[in-house]
Design a protein around this ligand. Structure first.
Ligand code: ATP
Ligand code: MG
Length: 391
C-alpha cells in the first residue's frame, strides 16, 4: 500500500490538557524529525494530525518511523477525497476494490462543523451508494471493511484501515531523566518506557575496561543509537568502573559486592544528573527478577540517592519485557554475549537481603564520597545520533 496522507489521532485525555499548544509543537517537531528522508510536505493539526507527502510512499516505511514517535494513539493511512460530498462519492467509486470482504460499514467523523451534511447523513448516503455499487451488505457490528470518512476543515479524507500509534506522550514534554544503561535486555526497555511518558533521556554506562574487553561499550553505543531514534540526538556517558570494583573486592565482604557497586553507580549517576539538570534516575530493575533485586536490596541501594529512582519495569515479568525489547529492536543486541561490569569480580553467593546499615558498615574503609567525585571526573561524554533508516 502506498499513501500520501497519514492522519494521527490523539488519546482523548491529551486534548483536555492546559498546555496543548506546547504538546502539539513538540509532537510536530518530533514527527518531522522521524520522517526526515521521506518526501514529507507538511505536518499540520487542523483537528487531528495530518502528515502530507509530496508523492505516494510505501506505508511500511512510514509506519516504521512513526513507531518511534510517542504521542499518537492511532495512525490512519488515508487519501484525500476533495472538499464536497460529490467529490467523496466520486473518489469512493474509483476505489471500490478497497472494499474487501462481504460486508462493510461507513463511519464518519466531522470536525468541520460548517459542512452541509451531518455525519449520519454521510454515513447513510455513502453506505447506500457503496451497497448499490458493490452489492455488499452493511454490517455495523462486524464489518469486513470499515470505510472511515473524516470531514475536516482542510478537506475530506478517506481511509480503509487504522493502526495503533506508539501511544504515550511526545518526547520533550516531561523533563529529563538519566538512565543507567547496562548491555542487558532490561535497561533499554526501561529507557524506552521513560521516553514513552514524554521524558528526554540521557544514558550512563559503567564499564570495567581495560580489565574486561570493550564489548559492553560497543554494545551500549549500538543500543543508544536505536534509542536515539525515539528522541533524536542523545548523550551517552561512560564511566570506567573497574578500579573501584577492585577496591571493593579488596576491602569489603564478598557477598555485598553487587549492592555496593549499585550504590556507587547511583551516587555517580546522581552527580552527573544534577550537573545536567536531569530530575530523576532510571534503572531496568524489576522486583525479585534476580536475587540482587529483592525489595530489601533495592531499599539499601536507594538510600544513597537524593533524587527519584524510577523503575518502569517494576510491574512487568520477563516475557513482557522481552516482547517490548523485540519490538523496539534492542533485543538482538542485548543478547549478544559481553562481559558486564557486574560479572567482573562477581561474588559466588551475593547477599539477597541486605540493609543500608550493613552496606554503610562495609563501605567504611572505602571513602565513598571521594570515589564518587573521582569517578564523576573520569566520566566521558559522547553525543549519539539516531541509527539511520535503511530506506
Ligand atoms: P539489564 O538487563 O538492564 O542488565 P538485569 O536484569 O541484568 O538488567 P542487573 O544486572 O541487576 O539486572 O542490573 C540492574 C540495573 O542496574 C540495570 O537494569 C541498569 O539500570 C543498572 N546497571 C547494571 N549494570 C550497569 C552498568 N554496567 N552500567 C549502567 N547501569 C547498570
Ligand atoms: Mg544486567
Amino acid at each position: 500500500m502506498e499513501v500520501r496522507y497519514v492522519l494521527g489521532t490523539f488519546h482523548e485525555i491529551i486534548l483536555k490538557g492546559h498546555n496543548r499548544g506546547f504538546f502539539e509543537r513538540t509532537l510536530v517537531a518530533n514527527l518531522r524529525r522521524a520522517l526526515e528522508g521521506l518526501p514529507l510536505a507538511s505536518v499540520t493539526i487542523p483537528s487531528r494530525v495530518v502528515m502530507a507527502f509530496h508523492h505516494e510512499v510505501p506505508w511500511p516505511q512510514i509506519q516504521a518511523r512513526l513507531a518511534t514517535v510517542f504521542g499518537l494513539a492511532g495512525l490512519i493511512p488515508a487519501a484525500r477525497a476533495g472538499e464536497s460530498y460529490e467529490a467523496l462519492e466520486q473518489f469512493v467509486s474509483a476505489h471500490l476494490d478497497w472494499v474487501v470482504g462481504e460486508s462493510f460499514a461507513v463511519r464518519c467523523k466531522r470536525s468541520n462543523k460548517r459542512f452541509p451534511l451531518t455525519s449520519e447523513d454521510i454515513q447513510r448516503r455513502l453506505g447506500a451508494f457503496i451497497r448499490h455499487q458493490t452489492g455488499k451488505r452493511v454490517d455495523l457490528t462486524n464489518p469486513a471493511t470499515t470505510v472511515r470518512v473524516y470531514v475536516q476543515t482542510d478537506g475530506i479524507y478517506v481511509s480503509f484501515n487504522e493502526y495503533r500509534g506508539a501511544g504515550g506522550l511526545p518526547v520533550g514534554t516531561s523533563g529529563k531523566a538519566l538512565v543507567l544503561l547496562s548491555g542487558g535486555i532490561d535497561s533499554p526497555v526501561a529507557a524506552l518506557l521513560t521516553l514513552k511518558r514524554g521524558a528526554k533521556v540521557g544514558l550512563v554506562h559503567f564499564h570495567s575496561a581495560p580489565f574486561t574487553s570493550e564489548a559492553s561499550i560497543r554494545k551500549v553505543v549500538e543500543l543508544a543509537r536505536i534509542l536515539a531514534r525515539y528522541q533524536g540526538q542523545l548523550r551517552l556517558t561512560l564511566v570506567p568502573f573497574g578500579e573501584f570494583q577492585q577496591e571493593v573486592a579488596r576491602l569489603t565482604p564478598e557477598r555485598l559486592r553487587v549492592v555496593l557497586y549499585r550504590r556507587m553507580m547511583l551516587r555517580v549517576a546522581e552527580r552527573i544528573a544534577r550537573k545536567s539538570r536531569f530530575l530523576a534516575l532510571v534503572t531496568g530493575e524489576s522486583l525479585n527478577q534476580v536475587s540482587s533485586q529483592t525489595l530489601e536490596n533495592l531499599a539499601a541501594i536507594d538510600r544513597v540517592a537524593h533524587m527519584p529512582v524510577l523503575r518502569p519495569l517494576v510491574g512487568m515479568d520477563k516475557q513482557e519485557i522481552i516482547d517490548l525489547a523485540v519490538r523496539a529492536g534492542t533485543f538482538d543486541l542485548s543478547i549478544l554475549p559481553h562481559q558486564d561490569c557486574c560479572s567482573f569480580l562477581q561474588p559466588l553467593h551475593p547477599a539477597t537481603r541486605t540493609t543500608a546499615k550493613a552496606c554503610e558498615a562495609a563501605e567504611q574503609p572505602l571513602e565513598v564520597d571521594r570515589w564518587a567525585r573521582y569517578l564523576q571526573r573520569q566520566a566521558t561524554h559522547q553525543l549519539i545520533q539516531p541509527l539511520p533508516w535503511e530506506n
